[in-house]
Write a protein that binds this ligand. Sequence first.
Ligand SMILES: [Mn+2]
Length: 272
Amino acid sequence: MPTYAIGDIHGCYDKFCELLELIDFDPDDDFLWHTGDLVNGGPNSVDVVRWFRAHPGCSESVLGNHDLHLLAVATGNRTMRSKDNFDDVLEADDADELLDWLRRRPLIADVGDRLIVHAGLLPDWTVEDAHDAAREVEQLLRSTQPDQLLCVMYGNKPKCLQRARNIEERWRLTINATTRMRVLDTRGHLDFSYKSTYEDIPDEKIAWFDVEHPAWEGTKIICGHWSALGLRNTDRILALDTGCRWGGKLTAFRLDDDQLFQVDSNRDPAWQ
Ligand SMILES: [Mn+2]
């Protein structure tokens, strides 16, 4: 069973279909993992969500920050920002079914001996710790009261585990690490001020995956989210967000034999 990991689609349904053609995707034999952020950015979020919902046996997507933001808006816990364009999901006839499916997606998942997550893992987390923290959030999202999570998840603090003072702050930290993190400061605290390239990371900051001896060391992490990082395949990570929504590429990586597949986005980078 060939297994693919694919980077952030962000509503670029046409490019996603091109990529499926390029890899000659076979729903009966292949499996597709998506690094999260199905929606927001490209012109057709609703059909991306529909495709994944319609292919439960051969695909899975972890939750990205834009997916969570859509859920928060849909439940009235947040208002749409001017740059959000996932209205097609909210206004769809099948919106209830699509959103109900979306809130049941995992934050992290095992992919063989690797692990997939939208953004990354805290340096203090073992893989087991990360699963435990993610499970806590996933259970709330799937419960009858997801609002108790969706209404407290926004904000940049706490910046590390030691500063999480209550359960709500722990949920927020879990969501921020798994769906928003890019770099840490010298104390190992989350730092949301940097979104640029790997090469330009200032001396006083460090990519989350470059921390010396993180507790999760030994497990390769498949991730997306950081489009300026681009494609990166090292001992520790396989980063797959190649900026489709910004005029870059949409990337699939066949995990069985490390084969790379990419389609160009013809989207105007200044489109949004
Ligand atoms: Mn993201």
